[in-house]
Design a protein. Structure first.
Length: 237
C-alpha cells in the first residue's frame, strides 16, 4: 500500500516537471501562524506555525503541509503530503499524515510497519456546488483508530462548508460529522464533532502590503469543548 502511494506521488511530480515546459505550473508557498491548532474539532496543540508548499498542473496537485509548535515543545509535530485532482466541482485526493506520536515511540518518518507507524493514510472525495461544498474523508491504512469491537475503524469524517460575505468580511461556516464509532475522533457512534465559524479579512499594512487575518470559533458537541483561534497568513505569489 505505502509503495503504491509513494509511487503515485512520485509519478505526479514527474508529470508536473515534464509539463512545466509546455504549460503553466502553479506553485503555492506560504504559512499560517495560529494561536492554537484545532483540527476537525480536536485540540492538537498550542501556538504554531503551519507552512505549506505545493505545485499544481491542470487540476492535478501535490502539496506538503506541516505544523510545528512555537510555545510548547511537547506539542505534536506534523508533516502531511496530499495528492489531489480537481475537475469542475469534483475533487478526489489521497493524503499521508505523519505525526511525531503514534504507533512508533521513536517517531521515525520512514517506518511504515502496519502496527507500528505514525503515518495515517486517508482518501477523500468531495464536490463544490458553489454555494456550499461537501467532503467525505476515510482513513484506509496506517495508524487508524479502532471501533467499539477493537477492529480497525476506517475512521471517517464528513464536512459541509458554506462560504459567504458579510460586512466586507469573508466568512466560512462549517459542520463536521463522524458517522461511525472510532477512538481516532473520540466517538462511540455517529457524532457531530465540528461546528465552526471563520472570518477572514485583509488588514492594510502599507499601500502595497496587506496581511490576511482570521478569527475562528470552533465547538465540538461530542467532546463538549469549544475553542477560539486567531491567525495570520503569509503567501508568496
Amino acid at each position: 500500500m505505502k509503495k503504491t502511494i509513494l509511487f503515485a506521488m512520485g509519478l505526479a511530480m514527474s508529470m508536473m516537471a515534464f509539463a512545466q515546459g509546455e504549460d503553466k505550473v502553479e506553485t503555492t508557498l506560504g504559512a499560517d501562524f495560529v494561536s492554537s491548532y484545532i483540527w476537525r474539532g480536536q485540540d492538537l496543540g498550542s501556538t504554531a506555525v503551519q507552512p505549506t508548499f505545493g505545485v499544481g498542473y491542470k487540476g492535478l496537485s501535490l502539496s506538503a503541509w506541516g505544523s510545528y509548535g512555537l510555545v510548547n515543545p511537547a506539542d505534536t509535530k506534523e508533516f502531511d503530503l496530499t495528492l489531489a485532482y480537481t475537475i469542475g466541482g469534483l475533487n478526489i485526493g489521497v493524503s499521508d499524515y505523519w505525526f511525531t506520536t503514534g504507533g512508533d515511540p521513536d517517531g521515525r518518518y520512514f517506518r511504515y510497519n502496519a502496527h507500528g507507524t505514525n503515518h495515517v493514510f486517508e482518501a477523500n472525495i468531495g464536490y463544490d456546488f458553489g454555494v456550499a461544498s461537501l467532503q467525505w474523508f476515510t482513513n484506509f491504512a496506517g495508524n487508524d483508530g479502532v471501533n467499539k469491537d477493537g477492529d480497525r475503524a476506517y475512521s471517517s469524517y464528513v464536512e459541509a462548508t458554506v462560504p459567504f460575505t458579510l460586512g466586507g468580511v469573508d466568512w466560512t461556516a462549517t459542520a463536521g460529522v463522524v458517522p461511525f464509532a472510532t477512538d481516532f475522533y473520540g466517538t462511540t457512534g455517529a457524532a457531530v464533532t465540528n461546528l465552526s465559524l471563520k472570518a477572514t479579512k485583509e488588514v492594510k499594512v502599507t499601500d502595497t502590503f496587506r496581511l490576511p487575518v482570521f478569527g475562528q470559533v470552533v465547538a465540538n458537541p461530542c467532546s463538549q469543548k469549544a475553542y477560539m483561534v486567531l491567525g495570520v497568513s503569509l503567501a508568496i505569489d
